[in-house]
Design a protein around this ligand. Sequence first.
Ligand SMILES: [Zn+2]
Length: 311
Amino acid sequence: MRKECSIVRDLLPLYVEDMVSADTGEFVKEHLEGCEECRMEHDRMKLPQERKESGDAADNKEAVAPLVALQRKLGRKKVQTVLCTVLFVVALFVSAFAVLSTPVYIPYDEELFTITENEDESVTIVFDERVTDYECSSDAHIGWVGVEPCYEIEAWSTLWNKWISKRDQQFVVIHKVTGEDFSVYYASNDGSENVCVYGEPMTSGGVITLPRLVLGNYFLIATVCAAILLVVLWAVRKKATVRVWIERMLYYLLSYGIAHVIVTGFGSSTYSAQRDFMFILFLSILIYGGILLARSVYRERKEIKELTKNS
Ligand SMILES: [Zn+2]
């Protein structure tokens, strides 16, 4: 072996590890190009080195995989938490608005409105400032067929109009439709008889506008469905795929129940069924979305905990 060769052999371990100065590196490189024996020795040293490095990378990938999964889960959890919070905040605002805009019907008294007959035979009803909204319906649901047309007025105020957005004085003009005389009734919506405030009172006696019970019925149906689903859930408790769907339905019914209580309180009768029902539907969807997200966040959190425990 030449003298240069033996120097190069001594340097090779360091050269392979790239731990020599630039000049020494240059010297070894030049020698390797010209000396086959040393080059073979170098290759022998370099190969296991390379293999080891690539092996490390694979190991690394395996070690990193759970970390990537964890990061992904953390990201998903973050997004879901934000969405969930947004839904519940919106639900809170909608609930507040639903409560604030609940009609508080005003029982009849003589100062509630003034009625004036106009020259064109129409009638103007001007409400006093307690009234922030009214409804005037030519009342089919009273059902006096063949009798002169009859109008029903109800008037209310809301906390919203009292505290937040004041309204101008309310009035309504009622025209003769078919040339016939008409009468106007005021519905207090408090269980008392409607009062005839204009025209000839109907001879058939008193009329009471009854509260609608439909929402109470819906609530009852939801409760019964929930009870049935609970039994079914118990029966299929071992079938994960079916169980998930039944749980989802139960969550919706729960959301509906919560929304019902928020909008109508625990009472089931209402004089404004349509309005209340729209609020209940809208709110129940918001709450449902919130519950599903909250549940998903909870699951994600559990999985993240397990992942961190394992690694
Ligand atoms: Zn050599």
